[in-house]
Design a protein around this ligand. Structure first.
Ligand SMILES: *[C@@H]1O[C@H](CO)[C@@H](O)[C@H](O)[C@H]1NC(C)=O
Ligand SMILES: *[C@@H]1O[C@H](CO)[C@@H](O)[C@H](O)[C@H]1NC(C)=O
Ligand SMILES: *[C@@H]1O[C@H](CO)[C@@H](O)[C@H](O)[C@H]1NC(C)=O
Ligand SMILES: *[C@@H]1O[C@H](CO)[C@@H](O)[C@H](O)[C@H]1NC(C)=O
Ligand SMILES: *[C@@H]1O[C@H](CO)[C@@H](O)[C@H](O)[C@H]1NC(C)=O
Length: 458
């Protein structure tokens, strides 16, 4: 009896396993995408909370477009019918516990996007990507890769974007080239590369020389102390959160197509003249949280833009959380053209030199923390709520006034002491003696006579 049940169960299971569509399972939901924002034709299949899903041998509908297997506690990716499809374009395996992908597990000839982020991968065996060679986007962020020797990107000749964030890959990049055919073999056609938080200390010369199509580069949150040769094809560059202590005009000289630049949380102290002058396509610039940045040259964008903002393509600029105390009024013309300017959280010195910024069109959301740091009486006042009359340089004038007063008073004192000196020391000279004698003589000659005339009646 028990045997019969077992046999029946096995038969039922295998029947189910070979025939059932994933859409009929309790763990998966299939729906057609009808959002107008994505050009997705086909079904989206969401499966969650089933760590044994891959062992169940479900098959995908023929029109499957996206398979979402994230957050399933999967540990090993082995071959399963669900991973074999001619139509599937997007596979989400992120946020599992995956530590291994079996060879040939992925047979997805049309796969364009693969997300393996937030897993426990240390190794990707050569051959893993052999049957997904139309891949355009690969996300390997937040895994446990420590050397590129354990990853190989050969066969991914169509790859356009790769994310390697938060893997300890920096040390292995110091003397290996990501694009080397005999090495890691990342395609030279790559357009977007993200290497944030990989412990990179140095980008050696010519690192990107073969990446002739690179448009987006994120290399933030590393240990870089110097800038490096940025590929001139870039449209987007993020080098934030690195201990870089100097940037200059030379760094950006060839980046004529750069549209977005992020220079947040660096160790730079100043932005000198012409630093951004050759960035003729730049529309967005972030200089946030630069705790040493005290000086921003009026000519940072060159001299021409100070008179004619037609040469000024920038639309958004942020200095949020830096240490600027003042901005040159010469910047009024270009800054007046910005769509968004964030000056919050700096150490603004609210005096006559800063009054002009009240004329700028600042987005109301960027008002609240735009406050004075000095002078003391204005500390923490909101600049846009403060009346213009407080933005004066009177303290300086008053002190000049005091200096003038003190000089006049001292001059007078000097004069009077001179007079006293003359009075005190002149008696020893001839003239004063004569004068004294003359007066005393006259006095005596008059007084006795007078006295005698007064006494005589007594
Ligand atoms: C998409 O489809 C769902 C279910 O069929 C429906 O409720 C929703 O209104 C549709 N949305 C659009 C934008 O058509
Ligand atoms: C996944 O595994 C973790 C720990 O092993 C457990 O706490 C969690 O509940 C599991 N989640 C699911 C959806 O099974
Ligand atoms: C899954 O299906 C394939 C093809 O139908 C079959 O060869 C394989 O044995 C099945 N695997 C399991 C675990 O049922
Ligand atoms: C995939 O599924 C997870 C878990 O159910 C969900 O949080 C996530 O939003 C889904 N992703 C997409 C792109 O649908
Ligand atoms: C800022 O730079 C200008 C011009 O180079 C210089 O005169 C000034 O002293 C600098 N200010 C600070 C606070 O470094």
């Amino acid at each position: 009896m028990r045997l019969l049940y077992t046999v029946l169960a096995i038969v039922a299971y295998s029947f189910k396993a070979e025939s059932s569509l994933v859409c009929d399972s309790d763990f998966c939901v299939c729906h057609h995408n009808n959002k107008s924002d994505r050009e997705v034709f086909g079904e989206i299949i969401d499966c969650s909370y089933d760590p044994n899903l891959l062992r169940r041998n479900f098959s995908l509908p023929e029109t499957a477009y996206t398979l979402n297997l994230s957050r399933n506690n999967l540990t090993k990716i082995q071959f399963s019918l669900i991973l074999k499809s001619e139509t599937l374009a997007e596979l989400l395996l992120n946020s599992n516990q995956i530590n291994e992908i079996a060879l040939n597990a992925l047979r997805l000839a049309n796969l364009k996007r693969l997300d393996l982020s937030d897993n426990k991968l240390e190794v990707i065996h050569a051959g893993t990507f052999d049957h997904i060679n139309n891949l355009e986007y690969l996300n390997l962020a937040n895994n446990k890769f420590a050397t590129f020797e354990k990853i190989s990107f050969h066969h991914l000749g169509e790859l356009q974007e790769i994310v390697l964030d938060n893997n300890n890959l920096g040390p292995s990049l110091e003397d290996n080239n990501l694009f080397d055919r005999s090495g890691y073999g990342l395609t030279h056609k790559i357009q977007a590369l993200s290497m944030s938080g990989i412990n990179l200390e140095n980008v050696y010369d010519n690192f990107f020389v073969d990446a002739y199509n690179l448009k987006r580069l994120t290399i933030s949150n590393n240990k870089l102390t110097d800038t490096f040769e940025f590929p001139f094809t870039l449209e987007y560059l993020d080098i934030s959160d690195n201990p870089i202590n100097e940037i200059s005009e030379e760094d950006f000289i060839d980046l004529v197509g750069l549209k977005e630049l992020k220079l947040n949380n660096l160790q730079i102290k100043e932005i000198s003249g012409y630093t951004f002058a050759s960035l003729h396509s730049l529309t967005s610039l972030e200089l946030e949280r630069n705790k040493n940045l005290v000086n921003f040259s009026a000519e940072a964008f060159g001299k021409e833009v100070l008179d004619d903002a037609d040469y000024f393509p920038l639309e958004t600029l942020s200095f949020k959380g830096s240490r600027l105390t003042s901005l040159d009024q010469e910047l009024e013309v270009p800054f007046g053209q910005l769509i968004r300017l964030d000056l919050q959280g700096n150490f603004w010195n609210c005096n006559c030199n800063l009054k002009w910024i009240k004329k700028l069109q600042i987005h109301p959301e960027d008002y609240d923390h735009l406050r004075c740091y000095t002078p003391k009486p204005l500390y923490n006042s909101r600049i846009f709520e403060l009346d213009e009359k407080y933005f004066n340089c009177a303290t300086k004038d008053r002190s000049r006034h005091i200096v003038v007063t003190i000089s006049i008073v001292s001059f007078c004192l000097l004069l009077s002491s001179l007079a006293v000196w003359v009075y005190m020391f002149m008696p020893r000279s001839q003239t004063r003696c004569d004068l004294a004698n003359m007066y005393s003589g006259a006095g005596y000659s008059v007084l006795p006579m007078h006295v005698s005339t007064l006494r005589s009646p007594l």
